[in-house]
Design a protein around this ligand. Structure first.
Ligand code: FMN
Length: 404
């Protein structure tokens, strides 16, 4: 990573110099007009921090307060599942998982990955904790197969994404004619569903050729089929997310089919957190899918305090959406999250420098988080307190004395 790149923002700019336009459109795509995408980024700056001084922060411990997935991690940060990471680097999910492993943070694999459940587990070891799944319409047999493979490979959790009964309205992706290039495959599935045609994928191309291949790929009839990470095929078969998903039937069904932890991803309402717990969830991911599903929906951070209050410590509460600086991690924890996850920044690292680039992203967030902890007067994450973050309105209420 060039020396002049100092923040994730710098890295993003560097990434955009080389990223193929179609990949960029896919990565940045959001529902409809992108209000929620913007909201996810802006929400962090609405919270201000009030530091404490002179507390000897020469040594700061960044490890999470409690184990997550029965493991101890180097910081309360993980890598959220995102599909088709080979679009950003030939080693795709394998590179990301390896970076997570070397930094001792958890990684979640999208079902719609370009490397298999088993390959990614090999690359990422204990860091590869979760397999993300959508429930597939009329193909629960495939869901069960994925769950069994995750169990056999040593995953700790199934991450059930509940915010996608249908793909969101994403006109941008249709306009940009997005299509997964032919040389990439959904390797968790059979040939009928966009899976393996050949196995020698690693050696098929190198870093330089991948951009050219993406630029050259054209497959007009699959543009519509491929416009969502969750509905795609190259042979006319569709894997469609199930619009009838519901708490009672599907959580019960999943619980019957797996002994793994079940994490529910995409909760934005306290009563849905309650439903998740009532139906046996082991953890909750507060998330709006990176603004890709429902436009103008709330940011995860804005609803976090209400969800934390509702959950009241019964299960861990994690959050994703718009985390770009170490200070964002601090604010999420101050507002009650146990852990946060990042999506798009991983792609910036992958595009610029593969595994090394992803490691740089994690290291940078770690370094920033450590400095923020020291400046805030916190020696470990247990010392991050709710009253350390305020909104301007909260601060100015009662003539500026309200929050003290
Ligand atoms: N979430 C899923 O549950 N399954 C997916 O397959 C999936 N694919 C994604 C692909 C891309 C390119 C992106 C950017 C996000 C995807 N997500 C998916 C959402 C992420 O898990 C996560 O919620 C989101 O990216 C977090 O926001 P951030 O990108 O602002 O960090």
């Amino acid at each position: 990573i060039p020396r002049e790149i100092l923040s994730l923002k710098d890295l993003e700019a560097k990434c955009l110099e080389t990223m193929a336009p179609m990949v960029r459109d896919y990565l940045y795509d959001g529902a409809e007009e992108g209000h929620t995408i913007r909201e996810n980024l802006e929400v962090w700056d609405r919270w201000l921090v009030i530091p404490r001084m002179m507390r000897d922060t020469s040594n700061v411990n960044l490890t999470p307060r409690t184990h997550q997935f029965n493991q101890s991690w180097s910081l309360p940060l993980g890598i959220a599942p995102s599909a088709m990471q080979q679009l950003a680097h030939p080693f795709g999910e394998k590179a990301t998982a390896a970076a997570a492993r070397s930094m001792n943070i958890p990684f979640g694999l999208s079902t719609f990955s370009n490397y298999t459940i088993e390959e990614v587990k090999d690359a990422g070891g204990d860091s590869v904790v979760g397999l993300q799944m959508y429930l597939l319409e009329g193909r629960r047999d495939l869901n069960i197969e994925l769950v069994k493979r995750a169990e056999a490979a040593g995953y700790k959790a199934i991450v059930l994404t509940v915010d996608s009964p249908v793909p969101g309205n994403r006109p941008g992706l249709i306009k940009s004619n997005f299509v997964m290039p032919k040389h990439m495959r959904f390797r968790n599935f059979s040939e009928d569903f966009g899976g393996p045609l050949d196995q020698a994928q690693d050696t098929q191309f190198n870093d330089d050729s991948v951009t050219a291949k993406i630029a050259n790929s054209s497959n007009p009839d699959s543009a519509a089929a491929c416009r969502q990470e969750q509905t795609t095929t190259s042979r006319g078969n569709q894997l469609i997310v199930d619009p009838s998903i519901n708490w009672e039937r599907d959580m019960t069904w999943l619980r019957e089919h797996t002994s793994l932890e079940i994490w529910v991803k995409g909760v934005l309402h306290p009563l849905d957190a309650e439903e998740a717990i009532a139906h046996g969830a082991n953890g909750i991911m507060v998330s709006n899918h990176g603004g890709r599903q429902l436009d103008t929906c709330v940011s995860a951070l804005d609803v976090l305090p209400a969800i934390v209050k509702q959950v009241n410590g019964r299960v861990p509460v994690h959050l994703d959406g718009g985390i770009r600086r170490g200070g964002d991690i601090f604010k999420a924890l101050a507002l009650g999250a146990d852990f946060v996850w990042i999506g798009r920044p991983v792609w910036w690292g992958l595009e610029v420098a593969g595994e090394e680039g992803v490691r740089w992203v994690i290291q940078t967030l770690k370094r920033e988080f450590e400095v923020v902890m020291k400046l805030m007067g916190c020696r470990h994450v247990g010392e991050i307190k709710r009253e350390m973050v305020v909104t301007k309105n909260g601060l100015l209420s009662m003539g500026g004395t309200g929050v003290f």
